[in-house]
Design a protein around this ligand. Sequence first.
Ligand SMILES: Cc1ncc(COP(=O)(O)O)c(C=O)c1O
Length: 424
Amino acid sequence: MTGTSATPDPLIERRDRAFGRGAKLFYDEPLHLVRGQGANLFGADGRRYVDMYNNVPCVGHAHPRIVEAMARQQATLNTHSRYLSEPAIALAERLTALQRVTDSAVFSCSGTEAIEVALRMARIATGQHGIVCTDHTYHGNNTVVGALTNLPAGDTRHPAIRSIPFPETLRPLVPGEASADAYIARLKAAIDDLKSTGLGFAALILCPILANEGLPDIPPGFMAKAAALVRAEGGLVIADEVQAGYGRTGQWWGYDKVGLTPDIVVTGKPMGAGLPLAATCAKRDVVEAFRAEARYFNTFAASPLQGAVGLAVLDVIEEEGLIDHARTVGAELKAGLQQRLGHTPGLLDVRCKGLFLAAEFVDADGNPDAPRAFALVCALRREGFLTSVDGAFNNCVKIRPPLVLPREDALAFLDAFDRVTASA
Ligand SMILES: Cc1ncc(COP(=O)(O)O)c(C=O)c1O
């Protein structure tokens, strides 16, 4: 039985003790899951829930090809990276060929690790230290990478990090002016500031679709102008594709969707369909400079198991045509939600990149309405659809299902959206 405020699930108490209180759970009524298949999750309450949130199982929960690849490789050979073995090499070759802009890969076990590798790589390649990020971002959780999290523009707490306001057209930096120029000026000022401290400028890091910022519509030309400025200033562009990559946007990479050419590409979450697997890819000289200086070793990374599972994920995405499917179903969801603009109270904006959507809610005064977004997400969960909240104000319903989401479930979601927005 799923917990309610009247009958708390005993598992919550055990969890609090086992993990220590403070480990966040989704929803006002936390959900106890026992099984997943495709885009479905099954609760201990016996109910089916449509997974509209998880991108790690981008090929679908418990995909038999992934399970088989995992079991076969583990039953055959799994060691670390200091022996010759085929699978991880083949994965690096295939991944970089798909990315086109990179040659070589450093594998790791989480997005955080892969971002940290990217930062070190950029610092080694440029001989400079300063990093620019956006102000409502999240790139990971360790001390170095976590310092980039939600760092207000102008904050100088971390000497080698500056943030700039994330570019958007909805609430532009200069009211009424949805152009890229004001944001580019802030980027230039951040770079100049880093240079003036003597730490120099190594890289701009961003998620190409600004996923954690709430998937804003980006002023036209921002990405190309930003990349040109970064290069003119001697820095590198790091694309964090941990959420944006692997077909999410209806193209392989978020940077293709937004017209950005990165120097370093970081991938994670969906790469291993649940097996911890992440990568930092760049041109060969950049990777080799990093390897020479960092002597990087990561016990579980670049293993035969990571290679075999990573290859199976790429096979499934390609053979099942999941990117085309994501584009089609995403377009249908987008059209459906946009039809509701002007009819659904509080619904301010609907944004979409492939099969990744954000529905933004405001109150009667037009201010961000985070409590409403949370209430809707909880009501959707009771309707059997799992989403979450996101965005700079936590006032967006975040819709980011496995790429295999069936069209019928997407249409049923729109009906549920109508029911919950009418009552919550
Ligand atoms: C854009 C982005 N980058 C990096 C990370 C960190 O990945 P991980 O949790 O695997 O360390 C996340 C995690 O949510 C993310 O959303």
